[in-house]
Design a protein. Sequence first.
Length: 202
Amino acid sequence: MIHSVLIFVIAAVIGFAAVFLFRKAQDRAQTASGGWTMTHGFGKPDTALPAIPFVVDAASEPHYVLLNTGPLTGKTAITLTGKVEGAAGMKALTDATAPTDMCLFFQRKGDDWSGLGAMEFYRWWAGLVMMKPIADGEFTLTASLMGEWGSVLGHSSTANAAAFADALNNAVSVGFVLGGGSGLGHGITGTGKITVTSFTLS
């Protein structure tokens, strides 16, 4: 009986230690990445970014730069500030002759990235306040979460208020997208960089 109890206690201690170390590792990873992730298109691994301030290089072909936040219930605005250098060397991946753009966005949990059916309303863009073309210098982009946003297929949040509210209440991430030409978030390439200096949810 005593032997069984000792085995149980030892197993419990080992299990607790394993969970503790795992959570510590998660904490370190979260601290190291700052919680930010940069995507590079389908089939390519994402990049963990450091805490703000961080740099997004056009040469890395960034598409989405996002932060996992959870629901946006009760939030009213998203603000991004930063500095662009070497904008003339940035090109849209889908059309090198098209103006580049940078736009705030947020994403609902459960998105399969297809944009089809209900998934059309799982990502929303603040197209009215986008930077197009991306230009050198310091910038501030602020989008009201009570203003007009566009879905994956360009339908308005005003005309689809229930779907927009559902996305806000079930949001998983926010951030900004880079692209130009055929669509938002389809990536940029070339040279130049964007330094993100602050990102605020209010």
